[in-house]
Write a protein that binds this ligand. Structure first.
Ligand code: SAH
Ligand code: SF4
Ligand code: F3S
Length: 444
């Protein structure tokens, strides 16, 4: 038996980092580490970092600086940096910041237990390789108790698309899909522990092409339909998708697979074909709009979400107008929009930037439009009945909060015992980022 030590993990970035943090905690659990919410209580601090936009590295240094005093009061405290900044800048971080004992990339964290052993013995450890072996084969097969009834499951990792602005192909490596058998096992593990909703994750999740049970290749739709056969699993979602990988079967699944929720995050990035080409996105605005029409034909009540970048090098006012036009044509229920950020090592970083004031102004205008669409979508829900998977305490005393089919956060007065259950709620009001409603009492 190893002695109990405490682990504090801080997670930045996308859902895949959230998933990775859970898996790292499980891997270190086997070394006797239990998780704590308090850094000052920890024997080991792990920052799981994100490199997608500017100041990523600076953020890590400033966070490390905040932990410096802890190191004085607890000389045995170990500090590690994981995730995408670790992958991109790990060597430099270790050089510049001697308080970092350990650096681990997103594809090598199954080796954490051995690395931590080296660190506990007084050394340092750094592993940012892209190994041949499947890390998932080396992680604990039994998932620990999930935090709630909605869980993430990484099915695909990495990206081969090389959009001109993006670091992901460099930090996560080439596209890899996990085998179906492994995923069914993990999904059943989660469901056995009370999970009712699973979000399938991948940087390019709809490019999933994993090995099926008989050795043949499966696409994402087939995986979803098979997962839908698991009793006790009520909801399936997936994120993030690339428009070019929405195949016929996946579009059809939105219409005929009841457990697949009517919410789709399908980033377009820009509405100008010239800019899309410069971004290496490979589709046109017209093709994207046609695609959305086809998906909506399969699932008319689909809530669409997207990502946008403004101020990409070379973007003119007319290009930006094309983005606004596309947003008006498509109509988004929810969206993320970002100012372009030059990332070291990416092709677009070499190009002449748009003046920052212009980019700021465009971001404001785009966000005003997207914000209005989001409000209209939410307000149109008021009066409707949705089914909410309750997850945790709500904002007010006596309230619980959960997610509707459309991924809206919904607050309702309800007993604590409702957590983990799906219940009908009549929506009564809409506020900035959530909806409020009343439980519909059903006969017992
Ligand atoms: N694979 C997904 C996106 C993953 S990154 C896709 O292809 O759609 C998440 C979002 O971050 C992207 O959709 C993009 O809008 C944004 N993003 C990525 N790199 C960026 C950069 N250099 N500057 C600003 N935003 C960026
Ligand atoms: Fe990045 Fe997505 Fe493009 Fe891949 S498809 S390079 S993850 S933006
Ligand atoms: Fe960030 Fe890496 Fe995810 S760069 S968005 S944590 S894949």
């Amino acid at each position: 038996m190893s002695e109990t030590r405490k682990l504090y993990i801080k997670t930045y970035g996308c859902q895949m980092n959230v998933y990775d943090s859970e898996r790292m905690a499980e891997a270190l659990g086997a070394k006797g580490y239990v998780q704590t919410d308090r850094p000052d209580d920890a024997d080991m601090i792990l920052l799981n970092t994100c490199h997608i936009r500017e100041k990523a590295v600076e953020k890590v240094y400033s966070e490390l600086g905040r932990f410096r005093p802890l190191r004085h009061t607890k000389p045995d405290l170990k500090i590690g940096v994981a995730g995408c900044v670790a992958q991109a800048e790990g060597e430099e971080i270790m050089r510049r910041q001697p308080m970092v004992d350990l650096v681990v990339g997103p594809q090598t964290y199954h080796r954490l237990p051995a690395m931590v052993e080296a660190v506990q013995a007084g050394g340092t450890a750094r592993d940012t390789a892209f190994p041949e072996e499947d890390k998932f084969q080396h992680l604990p097969k039994v998932r620990k108790h999930p935090r709630g009834p909605a869980a993430f499951l990484t099915v695909q990792e990495g990206c081969n698309k090389f959009c001109a602005f993006c670091v992901v192909p460099y930090t996560r490596g080439a596209e890899v899909s996990r085998p179906v058998r492994q995923l069914l096992h993990e999904a059943r593990e989660l469901v056995a522990r009370g999970v009712r909703e699973i979000t399938l994750l991948g940087q390019n999740v709809n490019a999933y092409h994993g090995e099926g049970p008989e050795g043949q290749e499966w696409g994402l739709a087939r995986l979803i339909r098979t997962l839908a056969g698991i009793d006790g699993l009520d909801r399936i979602r997936f994120t993030t998708s690339h428009p070019d990988d929405m195949d016929e079967d996946l579009i059809a699944a939105h219409g005929d697979c009841d457990k697949l929720m009517p919410y789709l995050h399908l980033p377009v990035q820009a509405g100008s074909n010239r800019i899309l080409k410069a971004m290496n996105r490979k589709y046109t605005a017209e093709a994207y709009i046609r695609l959305i029409e086809r998906i909506r034909a399969a699932r008319p009540d689909l809530l669409l979400s997207g990502d946008f970048i403004v101020g990409f090098p070379g973007e003119t006012e007319a290009d930006f107008q094309a983005t606004l036009d596309l947003v008006k044509t498509v109509g988004y229920g929810q969206a993320y929009s970002f100012k372009y950020s030059a990332r070291p090592g990416t092709p677009a970083a070499e190009r002449t930037p748009v003046p920052p004031e212009q980019a700021d102004d465009r971001l404001r205008r785009l966000q005003a439009l997207l914000g209005a669409q989001q409000r209209t979508t939410q307000e149109a829900m008021v009066g409707r009945v949705v089914r909410v998977l309750f997850e945790k305490p709500g904002r007010l005393e006596g309230q619980q909060v959960g997610k509707s089919e459309y991924l809206h956060a919904v607050h309702a007065a309800a007993p604590k015992a409702i957590r983990g259950q799906i219940a009908p709620v009549r929506l009564t009001g809409s506020s900035a980022n959530s909806l409020a409603g009343e439980l519909i009492q059903t006969a017992p």
